[in-house]
Design a protein. Structure first.
Length: 69
């Protein structure tokens, strides 16, 4: 099991946008691959640091703020 929740969230958003956006010239990239060469026009998906849901003690349920720019 991996706790790379932020990277998984970015990958999921990129996969969704790539599938649903009909503009073939648009490219989508996860923020965690900052070293890769990017082709424009593009959007970068960034997931911040995950945290516990609400005020609950750690139980594995996480929430993340995701931005797409």
């Amino acid at each position: 099991m991996s706790w790379a929740v932020e990277e998984y969230a970015e990958d999921a958003f990129v996969a969704y946008l790539t599938r649903e956006v009909t503009d073939d010239t648009m490219n989508f990239y996860p923020g965690w691959t900052a070293d890769s060469e990017r082709k424009y026009p593009c959007a970068i998906v960034h997931a911040g640091i995950s945290r516990n849901v609400g005020d609950a003690p750690f139980n594995g349920a996480r929430e993340i703020d995701v931005q797409c720019q």
